[in-house]
Design a protein around this ligand. Structure first.
Ligand SMILES: Cc1ncc(COP(=O)(O)O)c(C=O)c1O
Length: 452
């Protein structure tokens, strides 16, 4: 069907469409503007004004609001100088493909809606499952919007399995994790209404395994252990093997939160950091963090996909038509309608090959080491921890807490570096997390020298 034949009530403006496509191309090729950043709501009240009105602004004006007002107010997370939180570094192929995918409007909730897309997503999931050392026969899962939903969906499956095995389960159930578990685990505990038994962590941020063992001996209400494979604050990797042994003894589920860190599986030389992962029951890894894919994407994998399907999935007469024997991604997490958000990862892997991914992870690890080495050579700074994976914690020996915040804010505003403080063992420190293979260590070290 040609453009003209489209029987749409909503008109197409071909020249604006061209403008939008060339803007997309420009953004992919040039990357974000490092000085873009948040503005107050009063600014948008004025600039976006009455953008939704009865007559509409038309394509051109509406798009200008996006390109001139909305984009420059977004934090440039995919810029190589964005080293806070866990930033993003989507490949050009993944970004380009994501734009294409939007246009293809594929429903990937069930096989009938998006069979080819689902098959390709499953190839990407199988790649991850094989890196985790899981037999592909039973492993499977789905791409969800982020680590929070991934952790929640896995823990719901874990609790369902526990309840099936223990029909007289206690009224209040719990999970066990370290003090360094991600904030999403607290949020999930509130939503799912379970307790958290928190075990202390050592000086590197790894779970204290003896304490974990004694907590498990004392508490019968624990249905799952959540292990860190790259804690957000410190990059710490728990003793997954030790936790897997404990999970086996107590016949409970082991979930590995690798939203950030499990990306390092893509580098075969780093995969031994995650010994014991082969014994886990579920894992998550967010391609939108360190696997070079755009937002929003979390790979949720079950070692036995059947446990995911038994816990999730929706029923309704309008769904009776869905072929229950086919692979229906909506059955594996808390969702129904979904876009095939795993496809940008699949496309990028298909374009560049997994060897390039190994190289990109290796390079990122190297950059983090170079930055950490640079920190040790700056007199006014002290390296506290790392790099663990690509997270570095360090303190300024000269600046007060408020001066540190001013310094961070200044460099964020001028676009030279996004490096924000965090808390570590009760102290305000600076934190860097590198996920971008294009980050230039020397440039970062030069900015850090201004912390004098
Ligand atoms: C270790 C870890 N788990 C879970 C999450 C939550 O992921 P999302 O922000 O995609 O929901 C994060 C986010 O930074 C994380 O670092």
């Amino acid at each position: 069907m040609t453009e003209k034949e489209r029987p749409f009530l909503f008109e197409i403006n071909p020249s604006s469409l061209e403008t939008m496509l060339s803007w997309t191309k420009m953004r992919i090729v040039s990357g974000p503007d490092p000085i873009s950043g948040a503005k107050p709501a009063s600014f948008f009240d004025k600039e976006l004004g009455n953008s939704i009105n009865k007559d509409g602004l038309g394509w051109e004006k509406a798009f200008k609001l996006f390109s001139n007002i909305i984009v420059p107010s977004a934090r440039p997370f995919d810029h190589p100088t964005s080293l806070s939180f866990v930033a993003a570094a989507p490949t050009p192929a993944a970004l380009s493909f994501d734009a294409v995918l939007g246009a293809a409007e594929i429903f990937a909730g069930n096989w009938d809606g998006g069979s080819g897309a689902i098959h390709a997503e499953n190839q990407a999931l199988a790649w991850l499952a094989s890196l985790a050392g899981w037999p592909l026969k039973n492993a499977g899962g789905v791409f969800v919007s982020g680590g929070t939903l991934g952790n929640l969906s896995a823990l719901h499956a874990a609790r369902t399995v526990y309840k099936t095995k223990n029909p007289n389960f206690p009224k209040k159930l719990a999970i066990l994790c370290s003090t360094e578990a991600h904030s999403s685990v607290d949020a999930i505990a509130r939503v799912m209404d379970f307790e958290i038994i928190r075990v202390s962590s050592d000086e590197f941020g790894r779970i204290n395994i003896n304490e974990a063992a004694s907590s498990l001996n004392k508490a019968s209400e624990i249905f799952a252990i959540v292990a860190n494979a790259g804690a957000t604050n410190s990059g710490a990797i728990d003793d997954i093997s030790g936790l897997a042994d404990l999970a086996k003894i107590h016949d409970i589920w082991l979930h590995v939160d690798g939203a950030y860190g499990l990306a390092a599986l893509a580098d075969p030389e780093s995969s031994n950091l995650f010994k014991g992962l082969e014994h886990a029951d579920s894992l998550i890894v967010d391609p939108h963090k360190w696997l070079f894919a755009p937002y929003d994407s979390c790979a949720l994998l079950y070692k036995n996909a059947i446990f995911g399907a038994q816990a999730h999935g929706q029923k309704g007469h309008y769904l009776d038509i869905v072929d229950k024997n086919a692979w229906n991604p909506s059955d594996f997490a808390l969702h129904l309608t979904r876009r095939p958000r795993g496809l940008p990862l699949w496309f990028s892997l298909a374009v560049y090959g997994s060897r390039t991914y190994a190289k990109a992870i290796k390079q990122t690890l190297k950059i983090a080491r170079q930055i950490a080495d640079g920190i040790t050579k700056i007199e006014s700074l002290e390296l506290i921890l790392g790099p663990q994976l690509t997270v570095i914690l360090f303190r300024s020996l000269k600046l007060s807490k408020s001066e540190l915040y001013d310094w961070s804010e200044r460099h964020r505003r001028d676009g030279s570096l996004l490096c924000l403080p965090t808390m570590w063992k009760g102290e305000t420190v600076l934190r860097i997390c590198v996920v971008n293979p294009d980050t230039e260590a020397k440039k970062i070290i030069d900015v850090l020298k201004t912390l004098a």
